[in-house]
Design a binder for this molecule. Sequence first.
Ligand code: ATP
Length: 453
Amino acid sequence: MTAKSMEELVSLCKRRGFIFQNSDIYGGLQGLYDYGPLGVELKNNLKAAWWRSMVYERDDVEGLDASILTHQKVLEHSGHEATFTDPMVDCRACKARWRADHITGGKCPGCESEDLTEPRDFNLMFKTAVGPVDDGSSFAYLRPETAQAIFTNFKNVVDATARKTPFGIAQMGKAFRNEITPRNFIFRVREFEQMELEFFVDPGSDEEWHKQWVQNRVDWWVAQGISADRLELLYVPEQELAHYSKATVDVMYQFPHGLEELEGIANRTDFDLGSHTKNQADLNLTARVEPNADSNTRLAVQNLEAKSWVVPYVIEPSAGVDRGVLAILNEAYKVETLENGNERTVLSFKPHLAPIKVAVIPLKRNHEGIVNKAKEIKQSLQSLGLGRILYENTGNIGKAYRRHDEVGTPICITVDFQTVEEDNTVTLRDRDTMQQTRMPVEDLAEHVAGFFR
Ligand code: ATP
């Protein structure tokens, strides 16, 4: 089950502290959202899962965290100054602005007027002044993708790590696009985060690697709890490819507002490394070919007549963190009718993504023995390093369970009289089955660590 509408998700996100409109108290700034107490945990957990699978669980990827402000030359040579544009039309009737490719039937999506201007190109990059004098002579761009800093640091990483192809450089972080019509909650925003891998391979092996990465990325999204039947692959038609791409496969997801892109996996060839060297004859952006690498690489080496240095081709899986968060919220959202006829809302996140891992709840809020025991359990579980363990002393156990169902906490632990007066056992309540079991306090750490492993 998923959310019935985007409104359902927006309302839950605000009510429970996942996501807020930015600058809300001043009427909001369009296309910007802030992550609240639970949203920041969910987003960090998603990013951590990506980093684990891209960097820690592989032996052929290095990490990077580069600056957001970007030198004008980088984005000139990458082609973004000239081509990172969307066609924009104005509605003369209601004065709204739209992306030309979002208009259907020649009518303004706002007021339905047909009195529209001709499309004109609008560059999506944000500029900002650098240094104390804002006279337009010294400016930088806010990066429109994290990828470029991977290309400009390519030689640094190769020199520092002696990597040979095939290998990758991964980066997560903010990107900025002055979208003409930001919309659909956090789906299309002006400030967002990307998780990007640039995977450098030998020319000739690129198409095979492209296929492998598409499969790898679909599998990863499914492992985050996205159901495979709400994912679709779109092979982007040649006339719609970005300026750097030889082939792109978009991983599309059935969002509450429709089927749209969650991640793009592009074969960027040697376009970027090539463009950054074209104007600097003494700059060498090549990598050594691994002589004992797999058959893909051996094939490429033969094709290159055994040359051992190449300007690699690059396969780029580029995912949006915010679109990922939206898809995961949508997948996790369920409304269930209970036996007594009441309804409960549950976010059934995969355990590793849950913003709160365990809530520890004292049954009596003013009972010193119970309260102290609950605090002690919280501290000992917190030290396992699993993420946020919440001590929650609100005094109404039924309400606490409902609240934790609604924010997706997989385990609630309740400390009661039996714990402190009889046998040092606590109640564990499972979010999905609602079943309650008693367990000795001394077994908790092992059980909880095992659950989240
Ligand atoms: P779209 O066609 O939807 O505008 P795009 O093809 O321009 O997206 P890419 O340049 O491939 O997007 O960027 C890679 C990823 O970054 C996208 O798959 C998406 O998840 C994310 N992304 C891009 N633009 C935005 C945005 N305005 N808001 C949120 N996420 C975005």
